[in-house]
Structures are given as C-alpha cells and as structure tokens.
Design a protein around this ligand. Sequence first.
Ligand SMILES: [Ca+2]
Ligand SMILES: [Ca+2]
Length: 415
Amino acid sequence: MLRSCIFIAALIALTGSVPIQKAGKDWYKNSLVYQIYPRSYKDSNGDGIGDLNGITSKLEHIADIGADALWLSPIYTSPQVDFGYDVANFTDVNEEYGTLADFDRLVAKAKSLGLKVLLDFELNYSSDKHEWFKKSIQRIKPYDEYYVWRDAKIVNGVRRPPNNWLSNFGGSAWEWNEVRKQYFLHQFAVGQPDFNYHNADLRQEMKDVLTFWMKRGVEGFRCDALNYMYEDTRYLDEPLSNASGVPDNDYDYLDHIYTKNLPETYEVLKTWRQLMNDFSATADTKMILTEVYADLDLTIKYYTSGSTVPFNFMFISDLNNKSSAPDFKRFIDRWINNIPDDPSYVANWVVGNHDNHRAASRYGEKRADQLSILSLILPGVSVIYNGDEIGMLDRDFTYEETKDPAGCNAGPDRY
Ligand SMILES: [Ca+2]
Ligand SMILES: [Ca+2]
C-alpha cells in the first residue's frame, strides 16, 4: 500500500499532474462541460474547416483545463443551411468533419483522458434533404406523418398558410409544398421542417438515434431547442405580443402560447431519460443538458423530467459588466433556491455559447476570467464555450459577411 502511494507520488512529481477521472453515478455533480463548435475549432487537413481529427488533436488541452466532458455542437450529415442544425442523416458524420471512424477514434482517445463525449441532439426538426422528409412529401408510410403538414386556408380564392404562426428566423412558419399540396411547419429555417412528435413512429425513430450514438460510446446529449418539440393541434392563431417596435414578420411579434413549452415535451424527455438509464444500468449516469430559454419555473421543471441540468443562462441573460456583487448573489441564490429538493439535482452555470457574444466581450477581458472561475467554484456543473477559457473576444463583421439564417433574414439594419 505504502509502496503504491510512493509510486503515485513519484508519478505526480514526474508528470506534474494526473488526470482525475470522475466516474460513478455522481460524476456530474461537480463537473466542467466544455462546448466545442466543430466548424471553427481546429482544422486538421488545411481546408479551412474545423474537423473531428482537429478536435482529437486538442483533447489533451481539454483534459488539461480540467474538463470532465466535451459537448460537440452538431457533427451530423447536413447541407449546412443552419450550420449543422439542419440534419440530413442523424447517424452519420458530416463529410467536412470526417467519418464515423474518425469519431470512434475521438471517443477512444477522450475516454483514455478521462473525458466523456456528449453530442448535440437536433430533436425538433431535420433538414428538408433528409430521406424521411423526402418520403413524407411522397406520403410514403410511416414517414407521411413524421412532419407537421396542414392544408392551405383559402381566403377569397387565394391560398394562405393555415394560421399566423411565425418562424424564429422571421416570416411565416409555414411553407407550401407543391408536390404534397400542403403546407409544412418550420419553426426555424425553411430547410428545417418540424417533426410531428404526436406520431409514435417518429418518437421511436428519435430514440433509435440516441441508442445508435450510445452504442458508439456517447455519454450524454445536449437537447437543442427542446421547448419547440410540440405544437398545439388545434392550430389556432397566436395572440399578438404587443412588443413595441417589432415588425409584424418578426418572431417576437406574437405570444407563442401554441408552439412552445407544451406539457407533452416533459413526457418525451422522461422516456429519453429512461432509455439512457436502461442502456447500461451499471454505467456512469448519462448526462442530459436541456436548452430552453423560458421562464424560470418552466426551465427548472426539466430537472424532474430527466434533465441532468436545464441550462442556467443567468450569466448571459440576467447579468452583465454593470452587475454588482449583490446582483450576482441574488441570481445565484435564485437558481439554487429553486432547484427541486433531491440530492441528485445540482446547479449549473453557463458562461457562454455559440448563440451569444463571447464572455470577454460581454464582461471585459479581466472579468471574463473571474466569471469562468466563479462558475467552477460554485457547486454543480460549469459549462464553458471553446475559446472563453483563453479570453477570446468577438470580432465585428459586416452584413455582407453574415451567413447565419437569422442574421441574413434580419437584413442590413438589424443583423
Ligand atoms: Ca478540415
Ligand atoms: Ca416543433
């Protein structure tokens, strides 16, 4: 025993550090999740696009900063209308990023460094180039009901969308399909038709996707845009939000009572938690991170539906470089005091992500480091976006350079 202690001490002295491998059911309770945006992280073959082999080459860095898990933004086959969030095949890797074999090597090396690999899960929609959508257009069973299709409303002999619902990226959320002679719903880009979660075959299909990746060693998922999963099947017009200065084709023009935060969402998430727990009863707890921008009570409720942590965006949404220490305390207490009472539930602190300005641009370079440190000192899960650990800043860009659909649709004055 003493000899092995001396050996470990000597090893630590020689190497400087040894990776601390967190394992067991409680591994996540004080953990650091490092988010990687594959396209811009590390290019390994000189084509200017980040890729899986690039990420694999940087895993030592990620382990070195103390991360326990890395969460990869979408890596699936995609025409990249919305930077990979439009998935054309949920069980393969986008060609620009590599192959499934590259992915397997990434997972193996990550495991050897004590890192768990988490994937982004685009649950609300697919690409319009997905085989399921192509078959849905053709009304081929069971795919005919995989998406949300509605007949046109004819007003004075003119074809109109079924209701007033708006896309997050601006304009109607409905797009006419000339082949099927119906409108399909897209809460985001036109190239991202929404799934119909009222359909049991579709729900099973999405569970099969989770199982496919767990079999390849994936140890959790970040559920993208989770609260857009269901729509109310009465298809009623949504009321106006009466927000000032918002144009009538802007998403914020309406109050989204029929297209967001529907209670069925929580039930589906519970089935995914069960699936992950059942996958390997003896394995470490699979992590589910849920992305929901909603009122605190609706967000917190995901804890009791299977989420390991519902993202806490207070460092992004509620606090900024003008915030005082009492402001920080108030918001930290607010989250901690609202976590449901169960030892398995822990807090979490999101420092930044790909949808927001960089931490150093929001808080200033010095305070950005303090923010990361604070997120790590506080109990629970810290979520850090790649580059924030070295204080990277935003870069200004012109409308002509803009590529994301939300920015392009907003136009030169509002991008
Ligand atoms: Ca590349
Ligand atoms: Ca939906």
